[in-house]
Design a protein around this ligand. Structure first.
Ligand SMILES: C[C@](O)(CO)[C@H](O)COP(=O)(O)OP(=O)(O)OC[C@H]1O[C@@H](n2ccc(N)nc2=O)[C@H](O)[C@@H]1O
Ligand SMILES: Nc1ncnc2c1ncn2[C@@H]1O[C@H](COP(=O)(O)OP(=O)(O)OP(=O)(O)O)[C@@H](O)[C@H]1O
Length: 339
């Protein structure tokens, strides 16, 4: 596809509905056993080819940096500059950004001389445990594959994704046996071994509402993992996955867990307080996602979810970003148009 095409996609965030860490590996990573669901809280990503043999990225918050800052109770600025590392809403646009890293890795792997230009609109909070940067990276790889017509090179694209981060492969296209795009995945290894999780046909993802609460305290994934004590008797995700696949809602809700929650609460007491507020609000099952600091709860229907969201907004904002989301395919569709 020549330079005059632009591809657009909307990388979704993820929540860990189950996360157990059975062992520490010799390579400094941990073995994990996790079930992740993609949710319709999405960034916006646009990629096009350029003759210039480099990767350039522009990034901004959506709807605006100051709007997000207001919700989080952070100072607004007349001339918001996302390039200021001191800014709590800083988004790197150099090789520290996983979109740039992923596009560079793609060019290197396929020996591509031309470059890429990307634009990123952020809605997924960073340092939240919601896989924002990982999802952006995976979707940048899928966009580049579309532009260079190598979308069928699945193994190589997976290899590039796994080299960028443990959560990245989850966001590559995955189809269930029934041919449908997967919304959930079972990840093991350090997270790079992902299998689509087919869910029961009577489980309607659009009828499961998830309420997400993000306090502006970015938690470092490495720091949370390094503080973890490996459990003597790790819990397998088998029971949880079986309950999902048979749509036994009571069973899968009661077997949700996140082994990183305890350490995250020790590192950041605000996470503990936030979880208490979510449980008190009437949500059915509340827990940390990933390595945090975002937490989420499950609501049984839209009415309950909206009522609880309104109640939490008056209690917690400004200061906590609250979002209502539903489960969605892990790999967002890619739209191509002439530039
Ligand atoms: C916590 C989760 O989000 C759960 O889905 C993931 O396990 C983390 O995935 P991620 O953010 O993509 O993590 P990476 O960027 O690959 O690794 C960041 C750091 O987290 C720690 N890390 C990550 C994954 C893993 N299985 N074991 C680890 O110990 C390592 O110190 C690593 O250097
Ligand atoms: N595309 C990106 N969007 C936002 N932040 C990014 C991106 N690429 C790199 N970063 C940097 O990486 C840090 C972690 O971002 P984020 O938390 O979204 O990563 P992640 O590993 O995908 O998610 P998780 O929070 O689940 O670990 C951010 O604080 C930011 O400095």
């Amino acid at each position: 596809m020549s330079e005059n095409f632009v591809v657009h996609t909307r990388p979704p965030a993820k929540l860990n509905l189950f996360l157990e860490i059975p062992a520490k590996r010799d390579d400094g990573y941990h073995e994990i056993d996790t079930v992740m669901a993609a949710i319709d809280l999405c960034d916006e990503l646009q990629v096009q080819r350029t003759d210039d043999p480099t990767v350039s990225l522009q990034a901004n918050w959506l709807p605006s940096r100051n709007e997000i800052a207001r919700e989080l109770g952070l100072p607004t600025t007349e001339s918001p500059s996302l390039a200021d590392p001191e800014d709590a809403l800083f988004i790197p646009t150099d090789e520290r950004n996983l979109v740039v890293k992923a596009l560079q890795a793609f060019r290197q792997h396929f020996g591509i001389a031309s470059g890429f230009q990307a634009r990123l609109g952020k809605r997924i909070p960073a340092g939240a445990g919601m896989g924002g940067a990982s999802s952006d990276a995976a979707h940048a790889i899928s966009c580049a594959a579309q532009l260079h017509q190598v979308t069928h090179h699945h193994q190589e694209l997976h290899q590039i994704a796994a080299s960028i981060g443990s959560d990245v492969p989850f966001f590559l296209p995955m189809s269930c046996e029934n041919g449908q795009q997967a919304c959930m995945g079972w990840a093991t290894g350090r997270g790079e071994k992902v299998a689509p999780l087919a869910i029961s046909s009577d489980f309607d993802p659009s009828e499961t509402y998830l309420l997400i609460a993000y306090p502006p305290i970015p938690l470092s994934t490495a720091k949370v993992y390094s503080a973890l004590r490996i459990p003597k008797d790790p819990v397998s995700s088998a029971k949880f996955r079986q309950a999902l696949q048979s749509n036994n809602r009571e069973q899968w809700e009661s077997s949700m867990m996140n082994r990183l929650s305890e350490v995250a609460e020790e590192i950041t007491p605000q996470v503990k307080d936030l979880l208490k507020s979510l449980w008190k609000s009437g949500l059915e099952t509340c827990q940390l996602t990933g390595s945090g600091s975002a937490c989420f709860g499950v609501a049984s229907n839209f009415e309950n979810a909206s009522r609880i969201l309104n109640a939490l907004q008056s209690d917690l904002t400004p200061g906590v970003l609250l979002r209502l989301a539903r489960i969605t395919p892990t790999a967002a569709p890619i739209r191509t148009e002439r530039s």
